[in-house]
Write a protein that binds this ligand. Structure first.
Ligand code: SF4
Length: 286
C-alpha cells in the first residue's frame, strides 16, 4: 500500500497584530517586520482560499489569527468563517489556531464546525523563557489540555532552530507526546532581519534528524512539516517523507511565500505517494 500524504493549507485570518514577544515571530507588534497587518481578512477571500485549497487536495484548512488568545470577538469571527466555508466545502476539516483558549471558547467554535485546534508548544518548557517573556509555556500546555477535554482533535508541535539543545528537543517532543496529538506540525526557524533572534537557517541534515526524532517520539501522530520547509529542503523534498513525515502545508504560509501547490502535488505524485482523501483517512501508512 502506498504511503498517504496529508495536505493542509493555512489562512492568516487576522495578521500581524499580536501583543506577545515570541522572538521568532514576525507577527508580533513589538518587532517591525515588513508584513501585512490587519484585524480581519475579508470572509469571501478566506472562503475562496478554502475552495482553492480543497482543489489542491488539501484535507485540512487552518484558520490562524495572530492573537494571544481566542477572545469572544475572534470566536464570533471564526464561527462565521467556519459556517461560510462549510456551505461550500463540507468535507474540508477546519482547524482553529487563535492562541490560548478556554473550554467555552473552544466549544463555541467546535459547534460552528471546527474539528481540530492547533496550539504549538513551540519548544521545551525549560527553553521557553529564552524565546518569550509575555506568557509562559504552562499556559500553552493548558490550552492543549482544554482542546482535548472538549473533544476537539489536538494539533500541537513546535519550531526547531531557535538555539535549543538536543535535550530541549526531546523534552518538547515528550511533552507533545503526552498530549497524544492527532497531528504535529514541525517548523524550522525562518530568519528575518526585524526579529531579535539571530540564528541561521538550520542545515538540511539537522532538519532531517529533527523529523526523525519527531517520528520516534510521536509514532502515532501525523507529522506535518510546515514553516521553513522550502528554504531548508529546497529541491530535496523527498527527504521529508523518507525521514518519517506524512504531511505538509501547501501554498503560502502566514507571512512568507510557499511553493506553488501544483508543483508540490506533481513532486509528491512523482515520488510514488498518494494523497489522503480526508483527515481521518484510515489507509494511511504511517
Ligand atoms: S503568541 Fe503566536 S502570534 Fe503571538 S508573537 Fe507568539 S507565536 Fe507570534
Amino acid at each position: 500500500m502506498k504511503k498517504k500524504i496529508f495536505l493542509c493549507a493555512i489562512s492568516n485570518i487576522s495578521s500581524g497584530r499580536c501583543s506577545q514577544d515570541c522572538s521568532f515571530c514576525t507577527q508580533s507588534v513589538k518587532y517591525k517586520a515588513d508584513i501585512d497587518r490587519y484585524y480581519k481578512k475579508d470572509i469571501k477571500e478566506i472562503v475562496d482560499q478554502a475552495i482553492r485549497a480543497r482543489a489542491n487536495k488539501a484535507v485540512g484548512f487552518c484558520l490562524v489569527s495572530a492573537t494571544k488568545s481566542l477572545d469572544s470577538k475572534m470566536v464570533e469571527f471564526v464561527s462565521e468563517v467556519s459556517y461560510e466555508i462549510k456551505k461550500k466545502e463540507k468535507d474540508l476539516a477546519l482547524i482553529g489556531c487563535c492562541g490560548m483558549a478556554d473550554k467555552d471558547s473552544l466549544k463555541a467554535i467546535q459547534s460552528a464546525g471546527v474539528e481540530v485546534y492547533n496550539h504549538n508548544l513551540e519548544t521545551s518548557k525549560e527553553f521557553y523563557p529564552k524565546i518569550c517573556t509575555t506568557h509562559n509555556w504552562n499556559e500553552r500546555y493548558e490550552t492543549c489540555e482544554n482542546v482535548k477535554s472538549v473533544g476537539l482533535a489536538v494539533c500541537t508541535g513546535g519550531i526547531f532552530g531557535l538555539g535549543e539543545s538536543e535535550e530541549d528537543r526531546i523534552s518538547m517532543l515528550k511533552s507533545i507526546a503526552s498530549l497524544k496529538p492527532f497531528s504535529s506540525p514541525i517548523n524550522f526557524y525562518h530568519p528575518n532581519e526585524a526579529l531579535p533572534l539571530k540564528k541561521d537557517i538550520i542545515s538540511i541534515d539537522e532538519a532531517i534528524s529533527c523529523v526523525k526524532l519527531s517520528k520516534k517520539y510521536l509514532p502515532d501522530s501525523i507529522i506535518m512539516v510546515a514553516g521553513g520547509r522550502e528554504i531548508v529542503f529546497e529541491d530535496n523534498q523527498n527527504l521529508i517523507f523518507e525521514a518519517g513525515a506524512n504531511s505538509i502545508v501547501i501554498g503560502d504560509y502566514l507571512t512568507t511565500k510557499g511553493e506553488n501547490p501544483k508543483k508540490d502535488l506533481e513532486k509528491i505524485e512523482s515520488m510514488g505517494y498518494e494523497f489522503a482523501e480526508n483527515r481521518l483517512s484510515d489507509e494511511c501508512n504511517f
